[in-house]
Design a protein around this ligand. Sequence first.
Ligand SMILES: Cc1ncc(COP(=O)(O)O)c(C=O)c1O
Length: 414
Amino acid sequence: MSEPVVAIRSRVEAAQADDADPLAYLRARFAVPDGLVYLDGNSLGALPVGVGSTVADSVAREWGEDLIGSWNVNGWWTLPTRVGDRIGALVGAAPGQVLCGDSTTVQLFQAMVALARLKPHRRVIVTDGANFPTDQYVAESVARLLGLELVRVRPDEVASVLDARTALVSFSAVDYRTGELWDLENITSTVHGAGALMLWDLAHAAGALPVDLDRLGADAAVGCSYKYLNGGPGAPAWIYLPARLQEVADLPLTGWQGHVTPFELDPTYSPAPGVERARIGTPPVLSMRALDASLDVFDGVALTELRAKSLRLSGLVIDYVDEHLSGVEVVTPRDPSRRGSQVSLRVASAYEVTQALIARGVVGDFRAPDLVRLGFTPLYLSFVQVWDAMETVSSVLATGEWRDPRFAVRAAVT
Ligand SMILES: Cc1ncc(COP(=O)(O)O)c(C=O)c1O
């Protein structure tokens, strides 16, 4: 991926980019409060307009009136595969390979154990020492559970640790702190070249940029649905299990819904055929309904167009910092092909600066110890909004308003 990025260096140019933006009409699909520049869709996506009525209907009619019959008449039972297929379409997975449910953390555990079990004579798991904590914590636990060794390495240096002992490699496609997008193709083929299996966490990639899991030949992938997929707080995650591994994968969480005949209530476990074996227990139906409705915002959207706009938005921010903000370091790669859909800025007193920006209606987030993270969801952001957000960053830094003691107060969630 190396789309040409036309720079935007003024508010006038930003307005021109908006006038020519083929995705501008998509903003109407979201209920973002007026006056807010929401740059945190990489943490919690904004609310798509259709979600409220869908969930209200699920509560009042499906649950309230149809009650238990809803598992059949309202399609609750098939939600995990139907929603899974819709997510699959956004990450390059042909139907029947993505199952929606549980949390990313649970799905990481499922995938890691299953892949490790496919390589019983190999005793090493590799992850990234800068990976999101849950990815590392689960890898530590899986290593303890299966008596494996855990090795940490930067994704672009994976070749240096691979050998005949490596069972699987588990990386995130995009570094959640720096926004660096790794070379998925090269890494996957390097890992396969060593005879190991590749697990990708697409938390910061799904719905943000084109990914082609089938073509990559990934052995498993997981992701959450509350970031760029806009599925709402606590939206169920998903797991990709390619068709070629489904019949041989021995998934550790053998819940009754993954059984071949769940309603026979057999005392011993036999997995369902296909991706349904990745079902675990009863799914969060209302959340999955919300997610299903939220995915409508992608109808008719070409991910290549989304990606092109995302790169222009992040490019605008990088250029703005270079031209206007001394003392601020861009830690996100400048090479568009190595950039996710965020820009992270290293700033002194980043926590306070983030809070001061939020008070001014520019919502990004803080990542310890010193990063202001700005995420871009091209579905609902305009170029002028992002330009104005950068003017606000400039003003907050120049005036020193972030020094107000109220901005130093730490909430439970930062
Ligand atoms: C790469 C990555 N994996 C996993 C998670 C979260 O896992 P869970 O959905 O289980 O909270 C995050 C959350 O930000 C993440 O960035």
